[in-house]
Design a protein around this ligand. Structure first.
Ligand code: FES
Length: 164
Protein backbone atom coordinates (compact mmCIF):
# COMPACT_ATOMS: atom_id res chain seq x y z
CA UNK A 1 0.00 0.00 0.00
CA UNK A 2 1.41 3.44 -0.86
CA UNK A 3 2.49 5.55 2.09
CA UNK A 4 0.77 8.93 2.14
CA UNK A 5 2.62 12.03 3.11
CA UNK A 6 1.61 14.07 6.16
CA UNK A 7 -1.83 15.64 6.04
CA UNK A 8 -1.62 19.18 4.77
CA UNK A 9 1.53 18.55 2.81
CA UNK A 10 1.87 19.48 -0.83
CA UNK A 11 5.44 18.29 -1.18
CA UNK A 12 6.66 16.22 -4.03
CA UNK A 13 9.17 13.42 -3.51
CA UNK A 14 11.87 15.82 -4.71
CA UNK A 15 11.19 18.22 -1.82
CA UNK A 16 10.31 15.62 0.82
CA UNK A 17 11.99 16.21 4.17
CA UNK A 18 13.57 13.76 6.57
CA UNK A 19 11.12 12.40 9.16
CA UNK A 20 13.33 13.66 12.00
CA UNK A 21 13.29 17.20 10.62
CA UNK A 22 12.38 19.86 13.17
CA UNK A 23 10.08 22.74 12.25
CA UNK A 24 10.11 26.20 13.75
CA UNK A 25 6.89 27.65 15.18
CA UNK A 26 6.63 29.86 12.09
CA UNK A 27 7.04 26.91 9.71
CA UNK A 28 4.47 24.85 11.59
CA UNK A 29 2.07 27.77 11.61
CA UNK A 30 2.55 28.43 7.89
CA UNK A 31 2.17 24.78 6.92
CA UNK A 32 -0.98 24.18 8.97
CA UNK A 33 -2.63 27.61 9.03
CA UNK A 34 -2.72 27.42 12.85
CA UNK A 35 -1.62 30.54 14.75
CA UNK A 36 1.50 30.29 16.94
CA UNK A 37 -0.62 31.17 20.01
CA UNK A 38 -2.90 28.21 19.24
CA UNK A 39 0.15 25.95 18.86
CA UNK A 40 1.29 26.99 22.34
CA UNK A 41 -2.19 26.31 23.69
CA UNK A 42 -2.34 22.84 22.10
CA UNK A 43 1.06 22.14 23.58
CA UNK A 44 -0.12 23.19 27.05
CA UNK A 45 -3.00 20.73 26.66
CA UNK A 46 -0.58 17.97 25.74
CA UNK A 47 -2.05 17.56 22.26
CA UNK A 48 1.30 18.29 20.63
CA UNK A 49 4.89 18.47 21.86
CA UNK A 50 8.03 20.32 20.87
CA UNK A 51 11.75 20.22 21.56
CA UNK A 52 13.67 23.23 22.83
CA UNK A 53 16.81 24.58 21.24
CA UNK A 54 19.74 25.82 23.31
CA UNK A 55 18.19 29.27 22.97
CA UNK A 56 14.87 27.92 24.39
CA UNK A 57 13.06 28.12 21.04
CA UNK A 58 10.42 25.58 20.14
CA UNK A 59 11.04 23.07 17.40
CA UNK A 60 8.31 20.70 16.31
CA UNK A 61 9.12 17.22 15.04
CA UNK A 62 7.76 16.85 11.55
CA UNK A 63 5.21 14.20 12.62
CA UNK A 64 3.40 16.93 14.60
CA UNK A 65 2.13 18.27 11.27
CA UNK A 66 -0.49 15.56 11.16
CA UNK A 67 -1.62 16.17 14.72
CA UNK A 68 -1.92 19.92 14.23
CA UNK A 69 -3.77 19.47 10.93
CA UNK A 70 -6.22 17.04 12.52
CA UNK A 71 -6.79 19.43 15.43
CA UNK A 72 -7.48 22.23 12.94
CA UNK A 73 -9.98 20.09 11.03
CA UNK A 74 -11.70 19.05 14.28
CA UNK A 75 -11.93 22.68 15.33
CA UNK A 76 -13.52 23.63 12.01
CA UNK A 77 -16.09 20.85 12.50
CA UNK A 78 -16.88 22.00 16.06
CA UNK A 79 -15.43 18.86 17.64
CA UNK A 80 -14.30 19.63 21.22
CA UNK A 81 -10.59 19.42 21.99
CA UNK A 82 -11.42 16.92 24.73
CA UNK A 83 -12.57 14.51 21.99
CA UNK A 84 -9.35 15.09 20.07
CA UNK A 85 -7.39 14.50 23.25
CA UNK A 86 -9.20 11.25 23.79
CA UNK A 87 -8.65 10.14 20.18
CA UNK A 88 -4.91 10.92 20.41
CA UNK A 89 -4.59 9.20 23.79
CA UNK A 90 -2.52 6.24 22.62
CA UNK A 91 -0.69 7.94 19.77
CA UNK A 92 2.93 8.52 20.86
CA UNK A 93 4.03 12.12 21.22
CA UNK A 94 7.74 11.46 21.60
CA UNK A 95 8.27 9.40 18.46
CA UNK A 96 6.82 9.20 14.97
CA UNK A 97 3.51 7.32 15.27
CA UNK A 98 3.17 4.18 13.20
CA UNK A 99 0.46 3.54 10.65
CA UNK A 100 -1.22 1.25 13.21
CA UNK A 101 -1.14 3.99 15.87
CA UNK A 102 -3.06 6.29 13.53
CA UNK A 103 -5.44 3.51 12.48
CA UNK A 104 -6.37 2.86 16.13
CA UNK A 105 -6.82 6.59 16.75
CA UNK A 106 -8.96 6.82 13.64
CA UNK A 107 -11.23 3.96 14.78
CA UNK A 108 -11.55 5.51 18.24
CA UNK A 109 -12.38 8.90 16.77
CA UNK A 110 -14.92 7.37 14.42
CA UNK A 111 -16.71 5.76 17.38
CA UNK A 112 -16.80 9.10 19.19
CA UNK A 113 -18.19 10.86 16.13
CA UNK A 114 -20.84 8.17 15.77
CA UNK A 115 -21.89 8.61 19.42
CA UNK A 116 -22.01 12.36 18.92
CA UNK A 117 -24.08 11.97 15.77
CA UNK A 118 -26.57 9.71 17.56
CA UNK A 119 -26.78 12.21 20.44
CA UNK A 120 -27.50 15.05 18.02
CA UNK A 121 -30.17 12.95 16.27
CA UNK A 122 -31.85 12.24 19.63
CA UNK A 123 -31.68 15.90 20.55
CA UNK A 124 -33.13 16.86 17.17
CA UNK A 125 -36.10 14.50 17.68
CA UNK A 126 -36.76 15.77 21.21
CA UNK A 127 -36.36 19.37 20.17
CA UNK A 128 -38.82 18.93 17.31
CA UNK A 129 -41.36 17.45 19.75
CA UNK A 130 -40.75 20.15 22.34
CA UNK A 131 -41.15 22.99 19.87
CA UNK A 132 -44.59 21.60 19.03
CA UNK A 133 -45.39 20.92 22.72
CA UNK A 134 -44.09 23.88 24.70
CA UNK A 135 -45.08 22.46 28.12
CA UNK A 136 -41.49 22.79 29.47
CA UNK A 137 -42.44 20.25 32.13
CA UNK A 138 -39.52 19.27 34.37
CA UNK A 139 -41.20 15.92 34.87
CA UNK A 140 -42.23 15.05 31.34
CA UNK A 141 -39.82 16.95 29.12
CA UNK A 142 -36.92 14.80 27.98
CA UNK A 143 -35.04 17.84 26.76
CA UNK A 144 -35.18 19.85 29.97
CA UNK A 145 -34.72 16.89 32.27
CA UNK A 146 -33.40 13.89 30.34
CA UNK A 147 -34.39 10.60 32.00
CA UNK A 148 -35.59 12.67 34.99
CA UNK A 149 -31.91 13.01 35.95
CA UNK A 150 -32.73 15.88 38.30
CA UNK A 151 -35.14 13.57 40.17
CA UNK A 152 -32.09 11.68 41.48
CA UNK A 153 -31.13 14.82 43.39
CA UNK A 154 -34.38 14.81 45.34
CA UNK A 155 -37.80 16.38 45.14
CA UNK A 156 -38.54 19.99 44.32
CA UNK A 157 -37.00 22.57 42.01
CA UNK A 158 -33.46 21.22 41.84
CA UNK A 159 -32.14 23.87 39.44
CA UNK A 160 -33.45 26.70 41.61
CA UNK A 161 -31.97 25.05 44.71
CA UNK A 162 -28.60 24.71 43.01
CA UNK A 163 -28.47 28.35 42.00
CA UNK A 164 -29.50 29.59 45.48
S1 FES B 1 -41.62 20.99 26.02
FE1 FES B 1 -43.15 19.55 26.40
S2 FES B 1 -42.05 17.68 26.33
FE2 FES B 1 -40.50 19.18 26.08
Amino acid sequence: MPQHDEIGSSETSATRHAPDELLTVGEMSRRTGVAPSALRFYEELGLIASHRTGGNQRRYPRHMLRRVSLIAVAKRLGIPLSDVQSAFENVPLDSTPSHDDWQRASRRWKRQLEERRLGIERLEQELTGCIGCGCLSMKACGLLNPDDALGDDGAGPRRLDASA
